[in-house]
Design a protein around this ligand. Structure first.
Ligand code: NAD
Length: 277
């Protein structure tokens, strides 16, 4: 029988564990505060920012919210980041992406102090992950590793295939699987024989950004399939990059959309914020 990996339940468990850890650290006189910056009005971003603030309140840490107008200049945003970098009360800084086109995302990411880079996007954080040093890890791929661990799925020695090589999902995902001693293959838009490569996977992580692209023809019997994709269909329902209906019967375990990887991203953001306390 296929195991449905319940990201909602696992993320709740992690948040409850973090809540206890926050209480304990507060008892030692430690504090945490997450500063969240949003530039312009993107409806999806407003929902994400709201959820992040709610999660902070749930685990018992402060959050500050900066909602800046669309026309905010890059220099104004950089000055705010400098101010927050220097503020000892603020332990984590997050700029909700995307930012308006006149602001360069990379410049913004690089300005956040690596000590407060709770999204794990700063080159120092990525470099630390690459060479196996301590540092903040990008939340979505970190959440995938937690899902596998909480589901007692062994990674060491397994054939792991990641589809997607973005800086925030695919690349850190492959590094994390490597760190867990998986044998890792990374596929992308130029990969030849994608189906054949995917069919080798014991663990297949899909982060392509194309609704339901991966069907049963890409799956080895008994594989574990993790679907990072998230799309809203015309009927208003959500779906992933994996065609769940055809793939699920072939797998030993699979994440649903919604309720799989999605809830883990915020839980891992909270994990990063608490680790900075
Ligand atoms: P992206 O567009 O930056 O990267 C997509 C990757 O897929 C690229 O590296 C590209 O080379 C590869 N790709 C595209 N077409 C391909 C094809 N035909 N064959 C093989 N590879 C192909 O996307 P991203 O930011 O990495 O996000 C991927 C998906 O995950 C999206 O659906 C996104 O919405 C979702 N996502 C979900 C969460 C979450 O919290 N659940 C977080 C981040 C992203």
């Amino acid at each position: 029988m296929t195991k449905i990996i319940d990201g909602k339940a696992i993320s709740q468990k992690i948040k409850d564990e973090l809540k206890e850890e926050v209480a304990r650290k507060k008892g030692e006189g430690k504090e945490a505060c997450l500063a969240v910056i949003q530039v312009g009005k993107y409806p999806a971003s407003t929902v994400y920012v709201g959820n992040k603030k709610k999660a902070c309140a749930y685990i018992g840490i402060d959050s500050q919210s900066y909602e800046l107008p669309e026309e905010t200049s890059q220099d104004e945003l950089l000055s705010l980041i400098d101010k927050l970098n220097d503020d000892p009360k603020v332990t984590g800084i997050l700029v909700q992406l995307p930012v308006p086109g006149h602001i360069d995302e990379d410049t913004i990411i690089k300005r956040i102090s690596p000590l407060k880079d709770v999204d794990g996007f700063h080159p120092m954080s990525v470099g630390a992950l690459c060479i196996g040093e301590k540092g903040f890890v990008s939340c979505t791929p970190a959440g995938v590793i937690k899902l596998l661990k909480y589901s007692d799925i062994e990674i060491a020695g397994k054939e792991c295939v990641v589809i997607g090589r973005s800086n925030i999902v695919g690349k850190p995902m492959s590094l994390l699987l490597l760190r867990e001693n998986g044998t890792v293959t990374v596929c992308h838009s130029k990969t030849k024989n994608l189906k054949e490569v995917c069919k080798r996977a014991d663990i297949l992580v899909v982060a392509i950004g194309r609704p339901k692209m991966i069907n049963e023809e890409y799956i080895k019997d008994g594989a574990v399939v993790i679907d990072v994709g998230i799309h809203r269909m015309e009927n208003g329902k959500l779906c992933g990059d994996v065609d769940y209906e055809s793939v699920a019967p072939k797998c030993s375990a699979i994440t649903p959309v919604p309720g799989g990887v999605g809830p883990m991203t915020i839980a891992m953001l909270m994990y990063n914020v608490v680790s900075a306390m």
